[in-house]
Design a protein around this ligand. Structure first.
Ligand SMILES: Nc1ncnc2c1ncn2[C@@H]1O[C@H](COP(=O)(O)OP(=O)(O)OP(=O)(O)O)[C@@H](O)[C@H]1O
Ligand SMILES: [Mg+2]
Length: 325
């Protein structure tokens, strides 16, 4: 693979102050992204996603390691690197005093595009992002979903090769999120390289061709979503929400066909219920045996489901915790 982006042994330690200790935000991250790929960084709060993006976009100075974009070292040749990349940041940074259209043309002027080109690109991107009718309004009057589309349009004004998006759907309602997914898919179909961070597994699964699962500044696993799921033991997931006077996990673990039992911290713990995820090979009668084991222990069931593994299961398997949404 001749990579459009290469991140090699990236380390970022934020220096401490007298009152706060140093933070090892990124602790040796390496990955490559192919031209035209849709790549994802999936991880919980504080995993190091924004710091990694910051190092790529030259906003954050790495402690060690190297980032190249299209063969260009971003630390050594930041101006050339920045022409090739564009960012939609986690915090929307739209200028309240400009109009929607000016947000686009000012950005292009900053990148040195000539007037005619600025105007024609603005027209095209406004149309593409369905913002033409909003061209004259102030950006902060737009809904969250439209603001996000404007940020994408702005990012694309200087015709970058790589678009980086930091948690682009956070805070959007389900419909706006879906619309944004469509927009991103369309850009990907058009040949753009996209790199997105998210802590929503569903969107990571749906959009990203390859994913790095990141936690505490390290990549735990990197592969296609389907391959990540396939690598889980057993192949199926039995999800049980149980309340029992006796410990139930050891009984379930002893059943043939049960490869692993994980207690999930997070949801379902109200009223003394605990959530167990069983990685199972669903042989004949497994479900019956599992339910009998619960009954045998005098347990109560609130929820039972047998499903294909999801990215959430991959995540639970890797970290033992739920990735809260
Ligand atoms: N400028 C900074 N100075 C000191 N520590 C920082 C700074 N920026 C981030 N951190 C710390 O570095 C760690 C990684 O933060 P980062 O923002 O990269 O994570 P993230 O995966 O983007 O999380 P989130 O989902 O909350 O956006 C966290 O512990 C965070 O508190
Ligand atoms: Mg972040």
């Amino acid at each position: 693979m001749s990579a459009i982006l290469a991140v090699e042994d990236l380390v970022k330690t934020y220096r401490g102050t007298r009152k706060t200790p140093a933070v090892e935000a990124v602790r040796g991250v390496s990955f490559e992204v192919a031209p035209g790929e849709f790549f994802g960084l999936l991880g919980p709060n504080g995993a190091g996603k924004s710091t990694t993006l910051g190092c790529i976009t030259t906003l954050v100075r790495p402690t060690a390691g190297r980032v190249t974009v299209d063969g260009i070292d971003v630390m050594r040749r930041p101006t050339e690197a920045k022409r090739r990349i564009a960012v939609v940041p986690q915090t929307r940074n739209l200028d309240r005093d400009l109009t929607v259209r000016e947000v686009l043309t000012f950005h292009a002027a900053y990148f040195g595009l000539r007037k005619a080109e600025r105007e024609s690109r603005a027209d095209r991107l406004l149309a593409e992002m369905q913002l033409t009718e909003k061209a004259g309004v102030k950006p902060l009057t737009l809904s969250g979903g439209l603001q996000q589309r404007l940020l994408i349009a702005r990012a694309l004004m200087h015709d970058p090769k790589v678009l980086l998006l930091d948690e682009p759907t956070i805070g959007l309602d389900p419909q706006a999120r879906r619309l944004l997914w469509e927009t991103l898919s369309r850009l990907h179909d058009g040949g753009l390289t996209l790199i997105m961070t998210t802590h929503y597994m569903e969107e990571a699964d749906r959009l990203c061709q390859r994913l790095a699962i990141i936690d505490h500044g390290r990549i735990l696993q990197l592969d296609r979503p389907a391959a990540l799921k396939k690598a889980l033991p057993g192949g199926r997931i039995l999800d049980l929400w149980v309340r029992s006077p006796e410990p139930i996990a050891p009984r379930l673990e002893a059943l043939p066909g049960v490869l692993r039992v994980e207690k999930v911290t997070g949801t379902g713990q109200e009223d003394g219920f605990e959530r167990l995820r069983l990685f199972v090979d669903p042989k004949d009668g497994l479900l019956d045996r599992a339910l009998q084991a619960v009954q045998g222990a005098g347990g109560d069931l609130q929820h039972v489901s047998l499903t294909q593994p999801s990215l959430e299961d991959v995540y639970i398997h890797l970290t033992g915790k739920e990735l809260r949404e």
